[in-house]
Design a binder for this molecule. Structure first.
Ligand SMILES: Cc1cc2nc3c(=O)[nH]c(=O)nc-3n(C[C@H](O)[C@H](O)[C@H](O)COP(=O)(O)OP(=O)(O)OC[C@H]3O[C@@H](n4cnc5c(N)ncnc54)[C@H](O)[C@@H]3O)c2cc1C
Length: 416
């Protein structure tokens, strides 16, 4: 086939099926290397990079990323076919979000040629991982009100401030970091996006332990971190344009509509059982009330899947603006909440004691439930998603904002 001819989805699917069966390890055969330290998940990240390298060598990496940056330049339908075929195989799922679906996608839309070639290319080859450095200790919803600052010093920038809730930053090589570069203009107009190396002098990174025991979040402190001019993504003081695109990709990724996600299933090794799995494992599948709860879950699951397809197609056809990704983001949270709530209802006291043929499954239900509220915050909160839907999709009046149009250095702030 010539380089320019687009392979049909069915031919691609058949080729993927054969290649996967010959080269990708099956999930059943997976042997997790034992780590002496339960907090140390470095083997999972090493494994994800190895699997990505395998996909790259086999010609199945970066399916929807353009060829010039190391991808295959194929369509969402090709990606969907590959994801379906990869079910049952080990996949580098850890790399999907935020590295590919948010950071890679944002660089593709907003980055310079060098950034796209170097960073996106290295991610597709399984050599590098990216993360998001947006939220700050003073608050995440009002992203444009952030106070981490970058000041120009000759050809360089000097970064000072703090970020928090950065998913997987400890395992990443680069972070997309939004900082204030101009304090004399209204808040959205004085921001710049930077590509920051995570291992650089002046950057201190701590891992944060969550209530479920996970240490996947990080906080970062920047003390005179020096960045070259080439670190700027997009234009100086136009970081809000880049961030808006990043938030679009984030909502799309969190909502399940990103074409840059390859493979499906749990992102982490930690299982997150559905009501269906809990009903079976707990031995309660015949109980009429349990069947009702499972039915409700399966109905919403179908609605969620169909909505993702419909909204994604409408955004691609531009009959729905990019703000449509907030619909996916919101529905995903509703779906996950119902999934967690019903799983707990079915497991009952078993979430604490373990019941049925697979006590581990009901136990994992408890761990999953502890992250329930995180689903309505990560990827931007559901309240903010509702605001966006009302203002940008339904044309309802804008929320009042006392700082609108006011130079940022004149805006009253609690700190900073
Ligand atoms: C699982 C997960 C992963 C995350 N990953 C990352 C990451 O990788 N990088 C990163 O930078 N951040 C990340 N975050 C942080 C996330 O973006 C923030 O939690 C989110 O933007 C909300 O900010 P906040 O937590 O500071 O809450 P706040 O902004 O302080 O909000 C507190 C509450 O007030 C509500 N609220 C605030 N403003 C309004 C308003 N105008 N109208 C109505 N309600 C409002 C919010 O909805 C929320 O319920 C992650 C968070 C989670 C839970």
């Amino acid at each position: 086939m010539s380089q320019n001819a687009v392979e049909s989805v069915e031919s691609f699917r058949a080729r993927a099926r054969t290649w996967l069966s010959e080269h990708m390890p099956r999930l059943d055969d997976r042997t997790q290397p034992e780590s002496p330290d339960p907090d140390d998940d470095s083997h999972e990240w090493k494994r994800a990079r190895e699997l990505q390298q395998l996909l790259y060598q086999g010609g199945f990496a970066g399916i929807c990323f353009p060829r010039e940056y190391g991808g295959l330049g194929l369509t969402e339908a090709h990606q969907k076919a590959f994801t379906e075929e990869s079910d049952g195989y080990e996949m580098p799922l850890l790399l999907n979000v935020p590295s590919f679906a948010i950071c890679g996608a944002t660089l593709l839309d907003m980055g310079g040629e060098d950034q796209k070639r170097d960073r996106v290319g290295a991610a597709i080859r399984g050599e590098e991982v990216m993360c998001q450095l947006l939220s700050e200790p003073s608050g995440g919803s009002d992203l444009a009100g952030l106070i981490t600052r970058a000041e120009r010093d000759g050809d360089e920038w000097i970064l000072n401030g703090a970020k928090t809730w950065s998913t997987s930053a400890y395992a990443a090589d680069w972070g997309l970091c939004l900082a204030r570069t101009n304090w004399d203009v209204p808040k959205h107009q004085g921001l710049t996006m930077f590509l920051v190396p995570l291992k650089t002098p002046g950057l201190t990174l701590n891992r944060v332990r969550m209530v479920n025991g996970s240490r996947e979040f990080c906080e970062e402190f920047f003390d005179d971190v020096r960045l070259p001019a080439s670190s700027v993504v997009g234009l100086v003081d136009d970081g809000w344009t880049v961030a808006s695109r990043q938030l679009f990709h984030e909502r799309n990724a969190v909502g399940g509509g990103s074409p840059y996600v390859s493979g499906s299933g749990n992102l982490r090794a930690t299982p997150h059982p559905s009501p269906f799995e809990v009903a079976r494992a707990s031995g309660r599948a015949a109980d009429p009330r349990v069947r009702e709860l499972v039915g409700e879950y399966l109905a919403l699951k179908t609605v969620h899947e169909q909505t993702v397809g419909r909204v994604s197609a409408a955004m691609a056809a531009e009959t729905l603006p990019p703000a449509g990704s907030s619909l996916l983001r919101l529905l995903h949270a509703e779906y996950m909440h119902l999934m967690d709530d019903h799983a707990v209802r079915i497991a009952g006291a078993g979430i604490a004691t373990g019941i049925g043929s697979e006590p581990g499954v009901t136990g994992w239900t408890a761990t999953g439930f502890l992250m329930r509220q995180g689903v309505s915050l990560g990827g931007g909160s559901t309240e903010i998603a509702r605001n966006i839907i009302s203002e940008r999709l339904l044309s309802m009046p804008r929320e009042p904002a006392p700082d609108r149009g006011v130079p940022f250095n004149q805006v009253k702030r609690v700190s900073g």
